[in-house]
Ligand binder design. Structure first.
Ligand SMILES: *Cc1c(COP(=O)(O)O)cnc(C)c1O
Ligand code: SF4
Length: 349
């Protein structure tokens, strides 16, 4: 099998290179890559079936990225919420530690697209050690989320070193890794990597699939290897206009993920990130999709639809409204739209 690093090295990095595989007009797209990097590795490229399909739209630059007059570079104010470089402390008991600046592909809708894959996201050994040191001296932190970029694009030895230092911190309950490689470069999940990851339980991985055509045999094998290593797998999907913004597509995705032993965790309403406005849906779109899915398919397949509030105010669940009134009876509609009543016991508190 070709080594994952060799696959990554053969990635397409410009629209002009992509014209070797697809017949399209690339001239205006070079300007987009000057602002936001492009990388499509041969594995993901192989699964793009036609121009404009759901994988193409996630991976190929679009002029609309430069025609965004609504969004802002850092909508979640991650830079203001960083007590030390590359660490975001937004919630009381958990922190986000950015440990990598590369990804196996550069998603056009990425929340951190202003920095990911560019020199602006400077990650050094000393910055990582500073982040780990902040966690060491902050006992209210129970959980660390490793993100970036993609932490699993680091070398095995760097992953081992970061995990071992975190694992040694007594007040940490668990480590969570956010990684898209099970979807975008599944051959990264090697035996050597699994041997390292297995040493640091409880270790959770949240991966990121957005469309059922990403649920390939290779991706399925990667998820199975991780699950067999005892790692519970979740998925953070982004709701994307023109890609997965309908109930049937998401139903197929979520049920397919469960078959791959991945539990849908979040479905994200699009962030207000500059260069991604064309992917954003109206909030009613996601809520209506959730209304169609909840109850009609397994609860195991249902993620929380969440909006990451602008200004770093945290993730807020967006839920269909079922309750109609709440006096001595709670009056609500069920998942089929039928009116139901539940008699209360005692007074509201
Ligand atoms: C999303 C996020 C988390 C994790 O939130 P959960 O709801 O626990 O998944 C932690 N820190 C930051 C800064 C985040 O953006
Ligand atoms: S894998 Fe994640 S961090 Fe990397 S470009 Fe895609 S969305 Fe952004």
């Amino acid at each position: 099998m070709t080594h994952w690093k060799e696959i990554l090295q053969s990635s397409v990095h410009s629209p002009t290179e992509l014209t070797r595989y697809f017949d399209f007009d690339d001239t205006a797209l070079q300007a987009v890559c000057a602002s936001f990097p492009m990388r499509i590795n041969p594995y993901y490229l192989k699964h793009i079936q036609s121009i404009g399909d759901p994988l193409w739209k996630q991976a190929v630059p679009d002029l609309l990225e430069l025609q965004d007059s609504t969004c802002v570079p850092d909508p979640l104010c991650e830079e203001q919420l960083s007590p030390v470089q590359n660490l975001v402390h937004k919630y009381p008991d958990r922190v986000l530690l950015l440990v990598a600046n590369e990804c196996a592909m550069y998603c056009r809708f990425c929340t951190r697209k202003r920095i990911v894959g560019t020199p602006l996201m400077a990650i050094s050994d000393s910055a990582i050690e500073e982040g780990i040191d902040y966690i060491r001296r902050t006992p209210q932190i129970r959980e660390v989320l490793l993100s970036g970029g993609d932490p699993l694009l680091l070398s095995d030895s760097r992953i081992d070193s970061i995990l071992s230092r975190l694992h040694a911190i007594p007040h940490l309950d668990l480590i969570r890794i956010g990684s898209r490689v099970p979807c975008t470069l599944p051959m990264r999940i090697t035996n050597e990597l699994l041997t390292i990851l297995k040493k640091y339980h409880p270790l959770y991985i949240n991966t990121h699939f957005n469309h059922p055509t990403e649920l390939t045999l290779e991706a399925s094998a990667a998820c199975n290897f991780l699950a067999d290593a005892g790692i519970p797998l979740g998925c953070q999907t982004v709701l994307l206009k023109g890609i997965n913004d309908n109930a049937n597509t998401l139903k197929e995705l979520f049920l397919g993920l469960l078959r791959m032993r991945v539990k849908p965790y979040y479905l994200f309403q699009g962030d207000l990130t500059y260069g991604t406005n064309h992917f954003r849906t109206h909030s009613s779109c996601g809520i209506n999709i959730m209304r169609k899915l909840i109850g009609s398919i397994s609860g195991m397949a249902i993620p929380t639809l969440a909006l990451d509030a602008p200004g770093g105010k945290g993730k807020i669940p967006l839920t269909p409204q079922y309750v109609i009134s709440n006096g001595s009876n709670l009056i609500f509609k069920n998942y089929c739209g039928e009116l139901c009543s539940y008699p209360e016991n005692g007074n509201a508190i």
